[in-house]
Design a protein around this ligand. Structure first.
Ligand SMILES: Nc1ncnc2c1ncn2[C@@H]1O[C@H](COP(=O)(O)OP(=O)(O)OP(=O)(O)O)[C@@H](O)[C@H]1O
Length: 559
């Protein structure tokens, strides 16, 4: 039972939060093992760790979503029992999730007024408006109180999430990858303002992030978890990327570790931002050698796709991807990217225009995808590419369960399926209790790795010809990101044409040779990544300057 001790009303200002000896077991898995972490009052504290390290389990135990097996919490030096998020809220502790929880059909004022309130209580709107107006005068992000949330840009919605927490008097916030849906400018603005609140002593923050740029740009302290244990922690000014990487991976960066491991070259390259040599390059297809002489792998011609409300979500898009080329599609989430990928992979109808693969008309049926070598990695793979209750092995076999070697006539060969799963798990370092675990029990990053293993493991000579990839590294730690990037480069080097739809601009700049920015279903900007102007891209992502799509010359053509 929790002991609910509401803070006295006069308690304001940043909270000091100390977690001591947190352990949590899920079945046979020790997800947290005696983890302690202190966020000083007014500190901006980063929580790092690879996928499955235990970050979410730790913060959810702190905020009362889970009960830890052991562990205690002190707030401002006094031990407190937190049995539910409501207990945490009463102490001024809150959490902001990756995905928005604001209500789109309501105004900013209504969303703020409802924040942290008992929904059965009546609101005295006159008094509330006065309070809201006073709050907004000193708020870190001014928003129009009467604006409808549905009309706000992603960055403004994220600001509203933070304003809700502040209006509800949170003095300590967990931010779970808060910038994943923002433009670079919005991310810097949001983190900069939150940091200012910390500096002013109003707020303490524990931020889960996979971006070293954010750790070094904004954070005061950092704690690193690995396999459920705390492996390091320090002031950010006293550390380096290499040290954080070695704590995350459990190996020294400049020497072989106890097991003879060293940081993989792909990872080191990712950290310093250069093209990584690919450890295991897939066989090079003959086409890869002469991209300029080839027809486009993928040609999209005046493609129109309607959204769920019947509006045009993709509006006469023209785009082509050459063999051996990665083309990035940048943009803030909700600007047609989802519909573009859905239309190219057959889950939304094409309303107008045409698509060609290697010069042949392409209709996205399962048969044509197989015949023409089109593979795809969807967003939110647990929902869109897995059956959660089925095992890891069964999910890894979803593409080829009906073919040899997994099938013999009408019979499914479970031993072959298991062998395939073990190979994929080892190759893509999927952390799972085993091939028989339901895939829904894996951490988000490990579900992503499993689906990537399935989709990138070619059962076709020469590998996929066209790869349509949507946010392939969303939520993945940097080591997994480096591995996935290396695999995408390997596919490119093998002659594949890769269409990389990503909300992470850094990812596009690292991988693609050309990019288009989608805004309201249209191309707002197109450029080569070598000459990219980040400010212009950010403005285009924010919706400034959308125009009709034009045919995009490929690098190969331009050369
Ligand atoms: N409800 C659950 N049941 C069983 N296992 C779980 C459950 N929740 C988490 N786990 C396991 O606990 C471990 C830690 O998961 P957690 O989600 O805390 O990791 P994380 O560091 O937040 O990872 P990511 O960066 O991928 O989100 C993982 O191995 C995960 O599979």
């Amino acid at each position: 039972m929790s002991e609910l001790i509401p803070p006295p009303v006069e308690v304001t200002g940043a909270a000091r939060v100390e977690m001591m000896g947190f352990s949590k077991r899920f079945g046979a898995l020790q997800a947290l093992d005696d983890v302690s972490l202190t966020v000083e009052a007014g500190s901006f504290h980063a929580l790092l760790g690879e996928n499955g390290a235990g970050k979410s389990t730790l913060v959810k135990a702190l905020i009362g979503f889970y009960q830890a097996d052991t562990g205690s919490v002190s707030v401002d030096g006094r031990e407190r029992a937190i049995g539910s998020p409501r207990d945490a809220a009463a102490l001024g502790l809150g959490m902001i999730f990756q995905h928005f929880t604001v209500v789109p059909g309501m105004t900013v004022a209504e969303n703020l007024a409802l924040a942290g309130r008992d929904l059965t209580a009546l609101i005295d709107w006159k008094a509330e408006r006065a309070r809201l107006a006073a709050f907004m005068r000193t708020a870190p992000f001014p928003l129009a109180l009467d604006a409808r949330v549905a009309e706000l840009a992603a960055g403004e919605k994220q600001k509203l999430e933070i304003l809700k927490a502040l209006y509800a008097r949170r003095r300590f916030l967990v931010l779970d990858e808060p910038t994943s849906v923002l433009t670079p400018q919005e991310a810097d603005e949001v983190l900069g303002r939150v940091k200012a609140l910390c500096r002013e002593g109003q707020l303490s923050v524990l931020i889960i992030t996979h971006k070293f740029r954010e750790v070094f740009g904004f954070c005061d302290e950092v704690t690193v978890l690995r396999r459920g244990r705390r492996t390091g922690g320090t002031r950010v000014v006293d550390t380096s990327r290499d040290q954080l990487a070695s704590w995350m991976m459990g190996v020294p960066h400049d020497a072989a570790g106890p097991t003879g491991e060293v940081l993989p070259s792909a990872l080191v390259a990712e950290l310093v931002g250069v093209d990584a040599p690919v450890a295991a390059v897939t066989p090079v297809a003959p086409e890869a050698a002469t991209p300029a002489a080839s027809a486009p792998r993928l040609r999209i011609d005046a493609l129109t796709v309607l959204g769920h409300a019947g509006q045009s979500a993709i509006d006469r898009l023209r785009l082509q991807v050459m063999p051996g080329e990665i083309v990035g599609v940048a943009g803030v989430s909700g600007n047609g990217q989802r519909e573009l990928v859905a239309a190219l992979t057959g889950t939304l109808p094409i309303a107008g225009g045409s698509v060609f693969v290697d010069g042949q008309p392409y209709a996205p049926t399962r048969a044509q995808m197989l015949a023409l070598g089109v593979r795809s990695l969807p967003e939110e793979p647990l929902q869109n590419a897995c059956v959660g209750k089925l095992s890891v092995a069964e999910n890894l076999a979803l593409r080829n369960f009906d073919r040899a070697p997994l099938a013999a006539g009408l019979w499914l060969r479970r031993s072959a399926m298991r062998r395939q799963a073990l190979a994929h798990i080892a190759n893509f370092k999927v952390k799972t209790p085993g091939p028989d675990a339901p895939i829904e029990t894996l951490s988000g990053g490990n579900v992503q790795r499993a689906v990537l293993a399935r989709e990138l493991s070619h059962d076709q000579a020469g590998g996929p010809r066209v790869l349509i990839v949507a946010n392939p590294c969303f939520g993945l730690d940097f080591q997994a990101t480096a591995e996935i990037h290396a695999r995408l480069r390997a596919a490119r080097d093998a002659g594949c044409g890769v269409l990389l739809v990503s909300e992470d601009l850094d990812e596009i700049l690292a991988l693609a040779s050309r990019l288009v920015v989608l805004s309201h279903g249209r191309v707002a900007l197109e450029c080569t990544t070598a000459t990219a102007d980040i400010a212009r891209i950010g403005h285009a992502m924010a919706g400034e300057g959308a125009h009709d799509s034009h045919p995009v010359p490929s690098t190969a053509e331009a050369a």
